[in-house]
Design a protein around this ligand. Structure first.
Ligand code: NAP
Length: 291
C-alpha cells in the first residue's frame, strides 16, 4: 500500500498568512502589536532552541514576544508571581510557560496563575476544564494541531475509532476531548495499558504521543490506518525522530504524518494564532469598557 504523507507545512503556511494579516489589522487598531510573554525557567538546550524558534515565528507574524528568563533555579513562588503579574498586565495579551520547569516545580503548582484568557497554550487546570466541558477557551496547541492536521487532509473522524497513546495534560488528555468533540470514539492508552498493540491494531486512527522512539510499529497498526506522530525525540545520532517506526508503518498505514514537518509546524502556527485571538479579545474588552 502507498502510504500518504500528512505534511503540516501547507496548513501551517496558510494559518501563518491569516495570523499575520490579523496581527497587522490589530496593530493598526490598538496602536501596538499583539504581545506574548514567554516565561522560561530552565537551561535546557532543546528548550532554548524551541524558544528561539517561537521568537522568530512571532516576529514573522508581527507579534511582540518578550522572553522572561527566571533562571533554572527559579522557585514555584517566583514563577507564580511572574505569571500573576503578567496576567494582570493590560499590555500583555498572551502568556506561555516554557517547559521543563526547575527541578521540584510541578506544572500544576504554577499554571493556575495564568489567567485563562491569556493561557494561549491551554496549560492551566481551568483551561483544561473548559475544554473538557466544551466551553470556549484555548486548547493546548499540540493537541489542536493533531485535529487540524487530520481535518486539513480530509480524514474523517466522526464515528471512527481513534487510539491516543499518551495521557499527559498537555497532549493526550486534551486531544481525547477534542476528538470526542469531532464525534470520534476515543481510547486513551498509557504506560499501564495492558496490551497496547491490541488497542492500536483495532483503531482507524492512531496518534502516538508518548515520547518513546519506535513505540508504534507496522506490526501494531492495521492495514489502511491513519497514523499521526506527535513524538519529538532526540535519537542516539542526534536527529529529531518521532514515536512511530516510520519505515515499518509505511506500506501498512494509509497515511502517516512525518517528524519533523507534520504536527510541529502546525503547533507553532496555532500558538501564534492563539496569541492574536487573545489580543483581539482584549481589544474588544477595551472597546466595551473604554479602558
Ligand atoms: P509526557 O508528559 O512525558 O507524557 C507521555 C505519555 O505517554 C504519558 O501519559 C505516558 O504514560 C505515556 N507513555 C510513556 N511510555 C509509554 C508506553 N511505553 N506505552 C504507552 N504509553 C506510554 O509527554 P508529553 O508532553 O505528552 O509529550 C509526548 C510527546 O510529544 C513527546 O515526544 C514530546 O516531545 C512530544 N511533543 C511534541 C509537540 C509538537 O509540537 N510536535 C509538542 C509537545 C510535545 P503514563 O501517564 O502512564 O506515564
Amino acid at each position: 500500500m502507498d502510504t500518504a504523507t500528512l505534511t503540516g507545512k501547507d496548513l501551517a503556511a496558510s494559518l501563518n498568512a491569516e495570523t499575520t494579516a490579523r496581527a497587522k489589522a490589530l496593530t493598526e487598531q490598538a496602536g501596538r502589536a499583539p504581545r506574548l510573554a514567554l516565561v522560561v525557567a530552565n537551561d535546557d538546550p532543546a528548550s532554548a532552541w524551541y524558544v528561539n524558534s517561537l521568537e522568530k515565528s512571532a516576529a514573522n507574524r508581527g507579534i511582540d514576544c518578550e522572553i522572561i528568563d527566571l533562571g533554572a533555579d527559579a522557585t514555584a513562588e517566583a514563577l507564580r508571581t511572574e505569571l500573576s503579574v503578567r496576567s494582570a498586565d493590560p499590555d500583555t495579551d498572551a502568556i506561555m510557560l516554557q517547559t521543563p520547569l526547575p527541578a521540584g516545580v510541578a506544572l500544576d503548582e504554577v499554571s493556575p496563575a495564568i489567567a485563562a484568557p491569556k493561557d494561549v497554550d491551554g496549560v492551566s487546570p481551568l483551561s483544561l476544564g473548559l475544554l473538557t466541558a466544551g466551553s470556549p477557551g484555548f486548547a493546548p496547541a499540540t493537541a489542536e494541531a493533531v485535529v487540524e492536521l487530520l481535518k486539513h487532509h480530509e480524514i474523517v473522524l466522526e464515528g471512527r475509532h481513534v487510539a491516543v497513546v499518551g495521557r499527559s495534560n498537555v497532549v493526550g488528555k486534551p486531544l481525547a476531548h477534542l476528538l470526542l468533540a469531532e464525534n470520534a470514539t476515543v481510547t486513551v492508552c498509557h504506560s499501564r495499558t495492558a496490551d497496547l498493540p491490541a488497542v492500536t491494531s483495532a483503531a482507524d486512527v492512531v496518534v502516538a504521543a508518548a515520547g518513546r522512539i519506535g513505540l508504534v510499529t507496522g506490526a501494531n497498526v492495521r492495514s489502511g490506518a491513519v497514523v499521526i506522530d506527535v513524538g519529538t525525540n532526540e535519537s542516539a545520532e542526534g536527529k529529531i525522530v518521532g514515536d512511530v517506526d516510520a519505515e515499518s508503518v509505511r506500506g501498512t498505514a494509509a497515511a502517516l504524518s512525518p517528524v519533523p514537518g507534520g504536527v510541529g509546524p502546525v503547533t507553532t502556527a496555532l500558538l501564534m494564532r492563539h496569541v492574536v485571538m487573545a489580543a483581539e479579545q482584549a481589544q474588544r474588552m477595551r472597546g466595551l469598557t473604554g479602558a
